[in-house]
Design a protein around this ligand. Structure first.
Ligand code: GDP
Ligand code: MG
Length: 297
């Protein structure tokens, strides 16, 4: 039997982390329970990411798994539309005891993911979930971020008119661990699928063998079973160079934030204006001396 998960507690904890309220760090330094793999699902708006997530959840639930889903849409400052979309697409799971779903506003971090998403995902690993799914629109920096965060990155594409796969953004190509050609019910889906396979097979740098490409009709929950089979048996990959680099950058940012906690802006301003009044207007010297003073404390 799976451990019971207290969703209300989890929702509260996520809010705590989102707003960096007192006690949030304690949640983050706990040991993971199951170290659930993080599955990133990315792709253009409308590709069917939410619908595919819905279908994937159905497979996981059938398999007795418990799942956490985070939906982030950084493409729009007004995420309500996207949130509504998620609600509709995943409606069956909002009340399911084994599925926790949370939509996160992007909070104006332009082109990137929600600033606390890494923290929230790490926190979710300390709860007894079997899988953590993160759905995000592949725009700008967010696909790079998702690759740093996810153990496996699923790039969702749709068959374009004709046989063109040129429209795929280079960024998406680089971060994919596997591709899903969704809306395979569309005409030309097979052509697109075959071309994509040809394209990603031999040239792909991360894998010796073929990069997996799956076909789905997410709206009919078709093909999600094979995708799930693959995800289930995938080996947790070694950290790639890129991912390591992104992680060390994140760690550095966290360090900067921790260091900055000691700097009280109000106090800094007060002392600055005092020095200014006393005739010292060299901001470089002031900042340097202020930093030296903090170090001695
Ligand atoms: N024909 C077809 N439509 C689909 C399929 N999967 C999703 N859709 C539709 O595509 C639209 C966008 O889906 P959604 O999951 O919200 O896309 P997202 O923006 O990537 O999350 C919705 O109207 C879905 O019903 C599919 O396999 N075939
Ligand atoms: Mg969506």
């Amino acid at each position: 039997m799976s451990d019971l998960i207290d969703f209300r507690k989890i929702a509260r904890n996520i809010s705590l982390i989102e707003n960096r309220e007192k006690g949030y760090e304690e949640l983050l330094i706990r040991k993971p329970v199951k170290s659930a793999p993080v599955i990133g699902i990315t792709g253009a708006p409308g590709a069917g990411k939410s619908t595919l997530t819905d279908a994937l959840i159905a497979e996981m639930v059938k398999d007795g798994k418990q799942i956490a889903v985070l939906c982030v849409d950084p493409s729009s400052p007004f995420t309500r539309g996207a949130v509504l979309g998620d609600r509709i697409r995943m409606s069956e799971w909002y009340t399911h005891p084994g599925v926790f779903i949370r939509s996160l506003a992007s909070r104006g971090s332009l082109g990137g993911l929600h600033p606390q998403i890494l923290a929230i995902a790490e926190y979710l690993k300390t709860e007894p979930f079997d899988y953590i799914i993160i759905e995000t629109v592949g725009v700008g920096q967010s696909e790079v971020d998702i690759a740093a965060l996810a153990d496996v990155t699923v790039v969702v594409l749709v068959p374009e008119s004709g046989d063109s796969i040129q429209s795929m953004k280079a960024g998406l190509m680089e971060i994919a661990d596997l591709f899903v050609v969704n809306k395979a019910d569309r005409p030309d889906a097979d052509l697109f699928y075959n071309n994509l396979k040809k394209m990603v097979g031999p040239v792909y740098k991360k894998h010796e063998d073929m990069l997996p490409v799956f076909k789905t009709v997410a709206s009919e929950r078709k093909g999600a079973d094979r995708l799930y089979e693959y995800l289930k048996h995938m080996s947790v990959k070694e950290l790639t160079g890129e991912r390591k680099e992104l992680l060390v950058q994140k760690a550095f940012t966290i360090l900067q934030e921790i260091m900055m906690e000691r700097v009280d802006e109000q106090k800094f301003r007060k002392e600055f204006f005092e020095a200014f009044k006393a005739g010292d207007d060299n901001i470089f010297r002031f900042a340097r001396e202020y930093a030296d003073k903090l170090k001695r404390l």
